[in-house]
Design a protein around this ligand. Structure first.
Ligand SMILES: Nc1nc2c(ncn2[C@@H]2O[C@H](COP(=O)(O)OP(=O)(O)OP(=O)(O)O)[C@@H](O)[C@H]2O)c(=O)[nH]1
Length: 325
């Protein structure tokens, strides 16, 4: 008897099932922008008018993009969350691998709300990164920015250009204007983009993890203390090579180092020590050249006549009493 397994049938069609991927997507946006309508359209291909606004639900749907079978777990977040939902927002954001951030082109408030939501994504994902041994990074989480209801052209309050600009400002992976009501293809394109960016960024992060030297640098670039940001908003680019980040961060560290020296260690340091960049004090033969010593209470010989401690304390106190709050 000639039997064909479902797997081999799919393989004949060019669909590879060996790596069945699961992708967790969270759809966020103000109430009424069309989140539920979009998710249901994606899954059933039908446009359904009304939904329970308080219903928060995970839909599971398998489909193929780029010849890969992929299972989407889509969380349709409630647009008007109650108190308990706010508590679970943290958990929901941490749960998701990718985000669709949605507004309605007919509603300026929903457009502005995206700033806050993007901030929350950034905030909770960063907390996850810091709390989980750096397994995830902000750069691994694609956010697709979507303006819905383009069919209501007469009621438009947000232009295409404003949407594009905001997408860049919020450092989203990509931007779409769609009408869930009018076009299933536009909805499909949104989810295809989610999948593609997620795939690329997760490969990128694996590569990053395997390149440990670069990883160290890029981790420090992403740390809240470093003062370096992953994205270059001045260049208006959504993604940058982390080699560039590493360079920028080293420069930043050099800068911080010298500022620090000037601020706290200057009493006993000669000018040449202050100006010595960090790298020139490092050595390649395994020995670390000593850092200039910083005195908490400098020995008497080191004090300049006009910078003794009593004078400094008085000046701080004077500043405090003049300060206005
Ligand atoms: N004209 C038009 N109406 C739409 C479109 N998409 C959704 N709607 C309508 O917008 C209203 C709100 O849609 P929902 O899908 O419930 O919006 P939501 O974002 O899920 O809202 P919450 O559940 O409250 O968070 C419904 O009346 C939909 O029929 C669209 O593309 N065009």
């Amino acid at each position: 008897m000639n039997t064909t397994s479902p797997k081999s049938s799919l393989a004949k069609l060019g669909i590879h099932t060996t790596k069945h991927k699961s992708l967790k997507v969270m759809v966020m946006g103000q109430s009424g922008v069309g989140k539920s309508a979009m998710v249901v359209r994606f899954i059933t291909r039908r446009f359904i008018g009304e939904y329970d606004p308080n219903l928060e639900k995970i839909y599971t749907h398998s489909t193929t993009f780029d010849n890969e079978l992929i299972q989407f777990d889509v969380l349709d977040a409630a647009g008007q969350p109650n108190k308990e939902d706010c508590v679970s927002l943290d958990a929901n954001i941490r749960w998701a691998d990718a985000f669709i951030l949605m507004y309605s082109v007919t509603d300026k408030c929903s457009f502005d709300e995206c700033n806050r939501l993007k901030f929350l994504i950034h905030y909770y994902k960063r907390r996850r990164k810091l709390g989980s041994n750096n397994k995830d990074s902000l750069s691994d989480v694609p956010v697709i920015f979507v303006g819905n209801k383009t069919d209501q052209a007469g009621d438009r309050m947000v232009s295409l250009e404003e949407g594009q600009r905001r997408s860049r400002d919020l450092e989203c992976a990509s931007f779409h204007e769609i009408s869930v009501r009018e076009s299933i293809d536009q909805v499909q394109a949104v989810f295809r983009d989610v999948f593609r960016f997620w795939r690329v960024l997760s490969k990128f992060s694996k590569l990053k993890r395997s390149t440990s030297d670069v990883q160290n640098v890029s981790d420090s670039a992403l740390s809240p203390d470093s003062g370096c940001s992953f994205y270059d908003s001045s260049a208006n680019e959504t993604r940058r090579s982390f080699f560039i980040i590493g360079k920028a961060c080293l420069e930043e560290n050099d800068h911080t180092e010298s500022t620090d020296e000037l601020g706290t260690g200057s009493l006993c340091s000669s000018r040449s020590n202050i100006d010595t960049p960090f790298r020139s004090r490092a050595s390649t033969d395994g020995t670390l050249l000593s850092r200039p010593r910083r005195w908490r209470y400098p020995p008497p010989g080191c004090l300049m006549p006009h910078t003794n401690r009593v004078e400094r304390r008085m000046s701080i106190s004077a500043r405090g009493s003049n300060a206005s709050y």
